[in-house]
Write a protein that binds this ligand. Sequence first.
Ligand code: FAD
Length: 278
Amino acid sequence: MTAASAASTAAGPRLTMELENRRTASPVVRSFRAVPATVRVNRELTARAGTPGGRSVRHLEIALPAGVTYQVGDHLGVLPRNHVALLNRVTARFGLDAGQYVTLHARGGAPTHLPTGEPYPLLAVLAGCVELQDVATRPQLAAMAEHLPEGPARDELRDLAATTEDSRARYRERIAAPRRTFLELLEAHPDCTLPFVAFLDLLPALRPRYYSISSAPSVSEEPSVTVGVLDEPARSGQGRYLGVCSRHLAETRRAARSSSWSDDPRSPSTRRRTRTSP
Ligand SMILES: Cc1cc2nc3c(=O)[nH]c(=O)nc-3n(C[C@H](O)[C@H](O)[C@H](O)COP(=O)(O)OP(=O)(O)OC[C@H]3O[C@@H](n4cnc5c(N)ncnc54)[C@H](O)[C@@H]3O)c2cc1C
């Protein structure tokens, strides 16, 4: 035992710790009035999960926070997080450091789904505020074209962003059908100088996903849901397509076994939604 550790043992632990879930400060979480909930049970329902072509289906039981109840037929709203692999792709594309904080300012104080006015972890913005896997929109393509040098790539993106009947058909065939994303296109065009802040501004707000509650409050206070995990060969032909929320929920299983799970920052945020608003 070293002198330092001997002193620390005599005086008790050298460190104490408090955990804070800063995610509650996110405008997306606030706008949906989402509250953190705890995944108590998360188990696989299908024997073929993990085998080629075998789809994973998970059974989850959720402990709702105090004061939140549900009724038969309600849906559970979940605000997911983008996977770290996607975040790494964004930081690599824009040459950013994953440890950076970003301070965003909205012109004229306009409301935005992005946190503004104070430093916010870059990764938290990317993980919890924006959709990164949506199909690239025409305004995104037009913005890219503006930041490309003159040449065939710029002409093609301008054409795909146009609203003539022929351009719309080409957009459907080359962008919408294969579900090519803004990020994929930026990766495919490393010479595009679109600034990161413009990229952020053009991304849609992260949307909650809904899951039908399969339990009844008369039997269990903790609602259960069944989640089909979206993990398939991508329509673009490149790699696999992993659903943002179903994968996020599927991956809570390791933490669910931890006794400290209720404090795990990966807890999904929930919001009750009645059956009348599917
Ligand atoms: C009222 C309601 C109740 C619901 N209840 C349930 C439920 O009980 N259980 C359940 O599992 N789901 C349920 N859903 C669906 C659920 O909300 C999510 O839509 C689903 O889990 C997928 O979300 P995700 O974030 O994983 O996928 P996302 O990341 O949102 O991806 C979905 C998108 O990916 C596209 N896509 C699909 N396959 C591919 C591919 N191979 N390549 C490229 N793109 C692809 C789809 O067209 C779709 O646009 C419900 C939906 C509603 C509206």
